[in-house]
Design a protein around this ligand. Structure first.
Ligand code: G1P
Length: 292
């Protein structure tokens, strides 16, 4: 069981322009927009750390250096807070072991597959995780921890999946499910990126978390453009099926698609309602607003 190479590295593609959230994202990266009081990227990094991941690799782009600054020391802020006797604990989640936060640039947005390929030199010859921070996964344990547990059992490649209404599948990567290993683990026999509804092999979509073997980088090297004229990670993964184990983990928890505005508002509301320090107050506000 534990002979599997552990998952210590995770790639976070964060080069996107966030056009759906303009003008908010004109000067602030989408990944730093807060859900209550934590930026979206913080939730994904916390989920990674909980799963035992130590090295965080951002695939970033121009105008997005604020993400790296966020995980750096904020000298003036900390000195001032210290002087004023403020609780510095709030900054703990932003701290990283020196050298464990890395970034590479994707110069041109050629697609998710291309973004992942940009991290190949840092990933090297190890299995690695991928987090799409737009997908906010809230669970106990978190989604990646659930996947790492499954990885210890079956090895190979894993993706997290969830069922959605059939008419929405064309916005996502969709799996063709094979044999069920357990209630939450299924073999994957095929993958299609953004298929027309009529051609979708199921209503189970890839929900933004992956554990992949390093061979995917070799496949990505020659990967041609796919759906939307982009180099798709899904197409490269599809080529690995049959050469290596490939499984889907059905995430037990709540998922919020923060890549769109309503999903973002839903996540904000859901997480605020769960908070001990403000849940009751937010519930009262929501009830009052709904009664208007
Ligand atoms: C990407 C992936 C897709 C996946 C989705 C999850 O698509 O290509 O397979 O289902 O993320 O959010 P994008 O949202 O970048 O178009």
């Amino acid at each position: 069981m534990s002979q599997r190479k552990p998952i210590k590295k995770a790639v976070f593609p964060v080069a996107g322009l966030g056009t759906r959230f303009l003008p908010a994202t004109k000067a602030v990266p989408k990944e730093l927009l807060p859900i209550v009081d934590r930026p979206l990227i913080q939730y994904a990094v916390d989920e990674a750390r909980e799963a035992g991941i130590e090295q965080i690799i951002f695939v970033t782009g121009r105008g997005k250096t604020a993400i790296e600054d966020y995980f750096d020391l904020a000298f003036e802020l900390e000195a001032t807070m210290d002087q004023r006797g403020k609780d510095m604990g709030v900054l703990d989640p932003t701290r990283a072991t020196p050298g464990d936060i890395m970034s590479v640039r994707q110069q041109v947005p050629l697609g998710l597959g291309h973004a992942i390929w940009c991290a190949r030199s840092i990933v090297g010859d190890e299995p690695f995780a991928i987090f799409l921070p737009d997908e906010l996964m809230i669970g106990a344990p978190g989604c990646m921890k659930q996947m790492v547990d499954a990885y210890e059992e079956v090895g190979g490649n894993l993706i997290s999946v969830l069922e959605i209404p059939e008419e929405e599948v064309s916005s996502y990567g969709v799996i063709a499910p094979g044999k069920e290993v357990s209630d939450t683990l299924t073999e994957v026999t095929g993958l299609v990126e953004k298929p027309p509804v009529a051609q979708a092999p199921s209503n189970k979509i890839i929900s933004g978390r992956y554990i992949l073997q390093p061979e995917v980088m070799r496949v990505l090297e020659d990967q041609e453009k796919g759906a939307g004229g982009e180099i798709q990670l899904t197409d490269a993964m599809a080529k690995m099926i049959g050469t290596q184990p490939f499984h889907a983990v059905t995430f037990a928890g709540n998922r919020y698609d923060c890549g769109n505005k309503t999903g973002f508002v839903e996540a904000t509301l859901a997480l605020a309602l769960e908070r001990e320090d403000m849940g009751a107050e937010v519930r009262a506000i929501a009830e009052r607003l709904l009664a208007q």
